[in-house]
Design a protein around this ligand. Structure first.
Ligand code: TYM
Length: 334
């Protein structure tokens, strides 16, 4: 059976970037790749690479699972679980650390960026080895595809390198996964600072639309989104990056090409476009939020996560046992 695997870290409030770059893409694949099996998890072990408050983290993990379901993840098609409830993720992470080099991890740009910001608070060892755990999350399930946003590309390349190296040493064992990065919307930018991606861990909330925002908040954020003084509707990510970012959001949510959006608003100022975009986004998120509220308070969420944990564990346990034997761990069989 061919498989698709992905995950999201419950490290902050989910944003429109996560929704467009990862969640929406996953849900689309689920309805188009009918002969595939889907594994999707809440990457809570990844969240604790930076300080977290226990109660907040537990709530966020549940929220991410509920949002996945609200967005259309179908528990009959997708094995949905919490990463920390399938212990083999940490175990395989360790095994793979033994075939990963310091130099490879030192090159990871996300790590370098985080180190720059977090120098004062200290950097955990787990933040450094994070991409190896991510590789374990993925190759554990032998997927063909991993739908992610653009910022995870380098981690996926490392995952492939680790898998290929393991296979070369121990014989064909892991499937080499392909990242699936959407052609539009793979990197939604911050609305205030278009040089950085929209991020859930960001403290200033003006630049990020969260999946919990109401119409007024969305409207205010989009209205104040940085554009340019050129004043001409054009999709030009180099010269008009702020506008291009908004056009991208419109295109993905409105199921259009960026050029179609440009044509629709040709000759108009940015204000009307921004007002319409706010309505479009608020409608999409409104539907999502209604479903989220139904799910978060229902008993079915726990039942889904229980069943996901069992199914994921069944696969993961067998894979890790085989992996350990390949490496030479365990006793001699008599
Ligand atoms: P995380 O939690 O930072 O992001 C989750 C997903 O959202 C995408 N994304 C974006 N896409 C477009 N525009 C943005 N501004 C934007 N911000 C985030 C990310 O690319 C990602 O697909 N390490 C991962 C979580 C993870 C994982 C995995 C993913 C752990 N193990 C295995 C896939 C497979 C992370 O921190 O993503």
């Amino acid at each position: 059976m061919k498989r698709v695997v992905s995950g999201i870290k419950p490290s902050g409030t989910l944003t429109l970037g996560n929704y467009i770059g990862a969640i929406k893409q996953f849900v689309n694949l689920q309805s188009t790749l009918s002969d595939y099996e889907f594994f999707l998890f809440v990457a809570d072990l990844h969240a604790i690479t930076v300080p977290q408050e226990a109660a907040v983290l537990r709530k966020r993990s549940r929220d991410v699972a509920a949002m996945y379901l609200a967005a259309g993840v179908d528990p009959n098609r997708t094995v949905l679980f919490l990463q920390s409830e399938v212990k083999e993720h940490a175990e395989l992470g360790y095994l793979l650390q033994c075939s990963t080099y310091m130099g490879e991890l030192e090159r990871m740009t996300q790590y370098k960026d985080k180190v720059r910001v977090k120098k004062e608070t200290g950097i955990t060892a787990a933040l450094f080895t994070y991409p190896v755990l991510m590789a374990a999350d993925i190759i554990m399930y032998d997927p063909e595809f991993v739908p992610v946003g653009d910022d995870q590309k380098q981690h996926l390349e490392l995952t492939r390198d680790i898998a290929i190296r393991f296979n070369n040493k121990y014989g064909d064992f892991f499937t080499i996964p392909e990242p699936l990065i959407p052609t539009i919307g793979s990197r939604i930018m911050d609305l205030q600072d278009v040089s950085k991606k929209m991020s859930k861990s960001d403290e200033s909330d003006k630049g990020a639309i969260t999946l919990y925002d109401d119409f007024e908040t969305i409207h205010r954020k989009i209205r104040s989104a940085v554009t340019d003084s050129i004043g001409i509707m054009k999709y030009d990510p180099i010269k008009q990056p702020g506008l291009a970012n908004l056009i991208t959001i419109y295109a993905v949510i409105g199921h259009m090409d960026p050029e179609e959006v440009v044509t629709k608003y040709q000759g108009q100022g940015y204000a009307q476009f921004k007002d319409d975009l706010a309505v479009l986004v608020a409608n999409e998120l409104g539907t999502l939020q209604n479903r989220y509220h139904e799910i978060i308070d229902s008993g079915t969420l726990d039942a889904i996560l229980d069943s996901g944990r069992e199914k994921a564990h069944e696969y993961a346990f067998r894979k890790v046992e085989k992996c350990k034997r390949k490496i030479g761990l365990g006793r001699i069989k008599k």
